[in-house]
Design a protein around this ligand. Sequence first.
Ligand SMILES: Nc1ncnc2c1ncn2[C@@H]1O[C@H](COP(=O)(O)OP(=O)(O)OP(=O)(O)O)[C@@H](O)[C@H]1O
Length: 257
Amino acid sequence: MATLEIKDLHVSVVSEDAPKEILKGVDLTIKAGETHAIMGPNGSGKSTLSYAIAGHPKYTITSGTVTLDGEDVLEMSVDERARAGLFLAMQYPVEVPGVSMSNFLRTAATAVRGEAPNLRHWVKEVKGAMADLDIDPAFAERSVNEGFSGGEKKRHEILQLGLLQPKVAILDETDSGLDVDALRVVSEGVNRFKASGEVGVMLITHYTRILKYIEPDFVHVFANGRIVESGGRELADQLESEGYVKYTGTKEAAALS
Ligand SMILES: Nc1ncnc2c1ncn2[C@@H]1O[C@H](COP(=O)(O)OP(=O)(O)OP(=O)(O)O)[C@@H](O)[C@H]1O
C-alpha cells in the first residue's frame, strides 16, 4: 500500500537571479486510500509543492525529504518518479503540437507499465476511458492539448490518470475552468480511480464545490509556504465562510480566490 511522505521540505526558485525560498518546511503524509485537500491563498506555494514532488527543474530542494514507500523520490529522475507511481495533473496542462493524444497516451502507458500495451486491448481501454469521461473519440487524433478548451484539458488529465493508474495522484486545480457537468464527470473519474482504496490523492483546490463530489479525508490550509492547519471536511466549510485572514493577517488574502 502506497505512502507518500514529505518531511520538512524547503524549496527555492531562482527569481531575478537570486534564489527565493517558497516552501518553508512542509510536512505531509498521504497513505493509500486517503484524499488530502490542500487549500490556501494565491501564491502560498501549493503548485510549487506539486512541481517539486514531480521533479520540475526550476524548483530546488534545499532541505527535507520526499519518499514513496520508503524510496527517495528526490533522487529519481522525472520519468523514474512516474514509473514509481507518481502522477501530477497540472494546473496549466502543456500543449504538444504534432503529437496526437493517442500516441502520447500509448507512449506514456508503455513507459509507466514497462511494456507496450497489447494494441487491441489498449484501443478498447482508451475508448472506454474516453466514454466514461464524455470525451469525443475524435480527440484521440488531435495534438495533445492543442486548442483544447480549459475544461477539455482537465478532462484529458483525468483520462491519463485513469489509464496510467499511479499510486499517488497530485491534482493541481483540476476543478478550475470546469462547468458544473464537467466537474461532475471529472470528479466521477477521480472517484473511479480512488475506488480500489489503494491509491492516495492530493487535491489542490480553491473551491469547496469539488469536495462535495470528491470526499476529502483531510483538509490542509497552506499559507506562506507551509501547512498551518489541518482538519477534516469542516475546515473547508470554515475557510469558505471566513477566508484566510486568520492565517495571513491581510484583508486581501481573506477572500477566497
Ligand atoms: N518559476 C518561478 N519563478 C519565480 N517565482 C515563482 C516561480 N514559481 C513560483 N514562484 C513564486 O512562488 C510563489 C508561490 O507560487 P505557487 O504557484 O506555488 O502558489 P499557489 O499557492 O499555487 O498559488 P495559486 O493559488 O495562485 O495557484 C509565488 O509568489 C510565485 O510567484
